[in-house]
Design a protein around this ligand. Structure first.
Ligand SMILES: [Zn+2]
Length: 262
């Protein structure tokens, strides 16, 4: 009777109710009293725990929000499948039982949909950003330095060099930290004609990045570096007319325009 009372109540998630105490019965002499079933049920009802069934909406197996019914959950999954391609993220449904409905906090369909949509949009944008900054499988996630671009890739300036510019120049004060643009291993740390003090990082897949005209070299040959690690300091060594970083990306030994990955 308690169960049917709970299940017909206004809460659609309630699935069953259990008694917290085992009722005991005894025969006893007492004054005549009118007692009916409803009264007994009411007393027992005060000592019950109700279990609720809710539906978690997951993104890549991580719970994001809860809705009350399977129909709502399926509606969300269906809509997100139409909106986002499979490689953005996996949206799933997880059936979950709880006795603390208030802690879990299910939300209305529209609210759940909006929040899942926001999460997926963020994941999609992040993935696009990573894709745009990835060159032959190497993710250039960090700008080696911030500063004004003073010379771009491919520029010919006969007064400075006798060939087209193989990288990009970014001006910054002497001593400014230069960071590794992507994960890799330092394959060169020393003086090189034209470049002055130079760091070369090998990123695998035939991809290398060059950091030239440094005033100081911090990273040593053979050292593993993570994007963002400080590897050198800005200077004006080698064929240089002022403090700047010469940033270069090479694929199988040939320079490419690094600007899209800066
Ligand atoms: Zn340069």
């Amino acid at each position: 009777m308690i169960n049917s009372k709970v299940l017909t109540s206004s809460n659609p998630c309630a699935v069953f109710t259990t008694l917290n105490v085992e009722p005991t019965y005894e025969l006893k002499l007492s004054s005549r009293k009118q007692t009916d079933e409803d009264e007994i049920i009411n007393i027992l009802s005060q000592n019950t725990t109700t279990t609720y069934k809710v539906y978690a909406i997951t993104i890549n197996n991580e719970t994001k929000t809860y809705v009350n019914t399977l129909e709502e959950a399926e509606n969300i999954v269906e809509e997100m499948k139409n909106e986002y391609s499979e490689d953005v993220a996996t949206v799933g449904i997880l059936e979950q039982y709880t006795q603390n409905l208030d802690d879990i906090g299910t939300v209305e369909l529209a609210t759940a949909k909006a929040s899942i949509n926001t999460d997926l949009e963020e994941i999609k944008e992040e993935k696009e950003e990573i894709e745009e900054s990835t060159f032959h499988g190497v993710y250039f996630s960090v700008r080696p330095i911030e500063g004004k671009i003073t010379s771009r890739y491919g520029v010919v300036e006969s007064s400075i060099r006798d060939h087209a510019h193989g990288g990009m120049d970014i001006a910054a004060p002497r001593g400014t930290d230069i960071k590794a643009a992507a994960d890799g291993r330092v394959s060169y740390s020393g003086w090189m004609s034209g470049y002055g003090y130079l760091i070369i990082i090998d990123h695998g897949n035939g991809v290398q990045s060059y950091y030239g005209h440094c005033s100081k070299l911090y990273a040593k040959k053979g050292q593993e570096v993570t994007a963002g690690d400080v590897i050198a300091a800005v200077g004006s060594t080698g064929n240089s007319t002022g403090n700047h970083l010469h940033f270069e990306i090479r694929l199988n030994g040939s320079s490419v325009n690094p600007e899209a990955y800066y």
